[in-house]
Each structure stands twice: as structure tokens, then as C-alpha cells.
Design a protein around this ligand. Sequence first.
Ligand code: ADP
Length: 308
Amino acid sequence: MLLKKQKMNSTIIRTDRLCYDYAKGVNTLTNINLQVNRGDIYGFLGPNGSGKTTTLSLLLGLLKNQRGTIEILGKDMQHHRQEILCKVGSLIENPSLYNHLTAKENLEVYREVYGASKSRLHEVLKIVGLNETGKKTVKQFSLGMRQRLSLALALLPKPELLMLDEPTNGLDPAGIMELRSLIGRLREIEGITFLISSHILSEVEKIVNRVGIIYKGRMRFQGSLEELHRLQQQQSLVHLDTSDNLRAWAVLKQLQAELTEHDLVVPYTDIQQVAAINKMLVDNDLDVYNLHPHKQTLETIFMNLTND
Ligand code: ADP
């Protein structure tokens, strides 16, 4: 039982002060400390050009790391590259699918390369929902279907970890929903840990449990989705205007109220607290002319974290 628990809590990816420069003097990645735990669906987020693909390329050994260390599945990447990569699947560049072949035929091409069994081939076709496409060739597939076939390819060797680079790119809302539910199913059925990069928080927010936010090659935030939500609550503000803002500020000082030129700004966590603020002012004989709670969205938190 203890062993099982330890396994569940184990770290799958850990980087320590990972740095990368494509050109001398241009820091593409600076001191990236990424931590992905077993069973996580980790959302690696940041605007385009932040360094997500570079990080994934380093994790997959497609680029050679220059400074810092990478540990995957408890092993050091530098010394155990092959051993690690056998257990890792990825969707980082568009894999070469054969347009004139069916889904099954495409998988058959890769099956032997990966040393996968025929039954595994049928299993993955079913998991990604392409087991009934029959004679339809890839050139007749929608983008979503191609995406799922690419995932099926990555699933053939039964990976413990899957890294997906911007998997929602180009998908329509239905395709995004399909992909989300497929990722959830894969975590359940196959126990796969996911690292998913995206530049759009809302597209992955519904499935991830942990988040890393990168901007200009530096990690701006890493933690659970709950921690990101807490940050969101801490940063929600109520704007107030009263008959005497200076006196109102003195009343609300203990709540970290700030007096601006036009109004009074007080952080709040829930709407009951806004009501309590109003009551405090009224109880102190202050007239409240205006009270405007402004709840931060996760999107604005994301925007604030990915700004200079
Ligand atoms: P993201 O995946 O977040 O969009 P990338 O990792 O692709 O970001 O890019 C990070 C930075 O590195 C960008 O400034 C990009 O222009 C630069 N970059 C990416 N690939 C190369 C390359 N092959 N040569 C030089 N610079 C690159």
C-alpha cells in the first residue's frame, strides 16, 4: 500500500535550473525548474515564443541541454536517454502520416518499429475512437481525426508519459472537447501522465490539475490549479467611492485598502466580504456612493503573469 502511494506521488519530470540559448547571448530558457508528478495532467502555458517547444525538445532529447539537469521517470536524461525515451510518447511536430493509407495501415507501419503487438494496435485504435473508420484513408480525415491518429501512434509503445505540444492548435471547439475527453480517458485507463503545452489557458484549464506558466524563458508560476485560483481570488478588487474616502480608507486599512486619486480599492475573496466592507462603512457613518467588485478571471491572472 505504502509502495503504491509512493509510486503515485513520485515525480515524473524534474528539471533543475535548465537553461538553453540558440544563439550566444540570447537566453531562450533561464533556470527552468519544472516538476510534473505521476498522474498529473500538467498544463505548460505561455504566449507564443515563451520557450515551451524548446523545453519539450530538451525533455525529449531533441535538443542537447546546455546547462542544468533533466530527470525523467527518476533517471538522469544525460545518462539514460534511450531507456527514458522508450517510456515517453510525444506529439511535438506533426508526425508523418501516410495520406493514402487508412488509420489501421498507418499504425501497422509504425507497429513493428515500436515492437508493439497486433492487439495493442487494435486497442489504441479503439481508445482514440478510430476503430470504425474502415477503408477511409487519412486524406479524408478531419484535423481532429488526424490528431487522434497521431496520438494513437504515440500510444503504441504504451508510454508512461505523453508530451503534447499545442495539441489544440487548429482544432474546432468540438475537436477540442473530444481531445480533452480522450486525454482524461487515457489518464484513467492507461495511467498516463501528461505534459501539455498551450498558449491558451481556457483550452486546457478544464483538464489540467497542475500548471506551469512560462514567459520569456522564465517560469512565472508553478503550482496546482487550486493555487492559481487562490491567486485569482487574492487579486480580485472592489472599487469604492464614499462621502469621505480618506476616513473610509482608515476604516478599511486593516484589509489592505489603497486610496487612489479617484477611489478606494480593497482586495476581496468572496462576495460576502464585499457585503461586510459595505457594512463596515455604513456602521462608521460613511455614505457609499459607488461599490464595484471586480473579480479577476483566470485569464487576466494569466495575462498579468505573462507581461513585462
Ligand atoms: P513557444 O513554443 O513557447 O512558442 P519556442 O520554444 O518555440 O516558444 O521559442 C522560444 C524562443 O526561441 C523564441 O524567441 C523563438 O524565436 C526562438 N527559437 C525557437 N526555435 C529556434 C531555432 N531553431 N533557432 C533560433 N531561435 C529559435
